[in-house]
Every structure is written in C-alpha cells, then in structure tokens.
Design a protein around this ligand. Sequence first.
Ligand code: PRP
Ligand code: URA
Length: 212
Amino acid sequence: MSASDPKLFVCEHPLIQHLLAEARDQRTGPMVFRRLLRQVGAMLAYEALRDLPRITRRIQTPMEAMEVQTMRAPVTIVPILRAGLGLADGMLEVLPDARMGHIGLFRDESTLNPVTYYEKLPEDIAGGPTLLVDPMLATGGSACEALAKLWGRNCVDVRFVCLVASPEGVKRLHELDPNVPIYTAAVDRQLNEKGYILPGLGDAGDRLYGTG
Ligand code: PRP
Ligand code: URA
C-alpha cells in the first residue's frame, strides 16, 4: 500500500523486482520477454488475490475429517489485448478454475484515446472477482475504458494488475474510482510527450510479439 493512496499496492518482492529488471533491459528479446511476463504474471496474481473471499468446506483426508478453506467463486482474468495476454498466461497457470475474458483496445497514436475492437466476457462474470490485466498503465485511458466495460457487466470486485504504472495513470484510474485496487511492480517517474512511460520498458505489445 502506498502512503498517499491506500488502494495502490506496489509489489516489492525481490523476485518480482528481479523479473521486472530483466524485462526493462532493452537487450531482452521477445522470447525471454514473454517468459518474464508469464512468470511475473503468476506472482502478481498471488499479490492481488491475498484477500480473496473463501468458504469453509468439510472434507475427508485419508486420516480423518477436517475443515478446509477454498475459493468462494472462480476468478475471471481479463487481459486488455494485446499486451495483457503476456501477464494473463502466467495467471492462468496458477489459478484453479479461472476463466478468461478478453477486451481488445489499442491507443490511437495521435489522440492517445483507446479504440475498442473486441470484447468477449463470461456471461456470469459479475459472480466472482475479476483481474483486469495490462502490463502498462500509462495515460490510464485504456484501463478506464476497460473498467467501464466491466461495470457495464455489473462487476463489483475488479482488481487492476499491471507491471509498470505512471503517476498520471494511477491518478486517472483512481479519479474514476478510488476503490479499485491497483497492483503494480513499479510506479515510474512520468510519461513522455507521446504517452510512453519513463523509464518504463518501451512498447510492451511490440516487445512481446516482436512487432514495431
Ligand atoms: C498499450 C498497453 C496498454 C496501453 C496503455 O497497448 O498495453 O493497453 O498501451 O496506455 P494508456 O494507459 O495510455 O491507455 P497498445 O495500445 O499499444 O496496444 P497493444 O497492446 O495491442 O500493443
Ligand atoms: N504502452 C506501452 O506499451 N508502453 C508505454 O510506455 C505506454 C503505453
């Protein structure tokens, strides 16, 4: 939790920071970059789901009966395409019964406004927690647009997970809703004039897929 923003969680675990450091390095190519995002995605999911609602069940071990705790409802992972897929792949590997929804957005390069091109979400998405996932929270336009789409589906427990945030993006998302928790590995210095995060890691989608 940050001192000035109780819903901003900067995940400072050394393993997360190590993976982020490698991902930032411009010498890291797409194959390693994909592996890093997958690994860090799993770790960020743990961080973001620490307070996941649970239920108590009675089971029988080979020795005796006992009460165990399990998740109350399946988590839905919603990557913002394209780059969100990089983190979401790692989350899927560690989350039992997780479902995936997809929101396709790209930033118009001249206005920096998000443009929607795809949306496919589970019908009953509102029944459990949703992880909204994108490695970069830059101007915050894409995250705000995606969040509004989830609200349109009556989602109440939405957690935004990213790898690198800008102060501008955090501010914009929390101006829209101060109660949406943001989990990130870093809050960087600032945006440049083209809306890229400094020092950042460049264009996450291009680095994942070798485009650009
Ligand atoms: C990148 C990134 C976010 C968005 C962040 O996606 O993955 O979705 O920009 O910027 P914002 O906070 O200013 O909206 P991009 O639009 O480049 O699309 P891509 O994932 O297909 O590369
Ligand atoms: N999108 C990215 O992929 N990187 C940035 O720094 C900003 C937006």
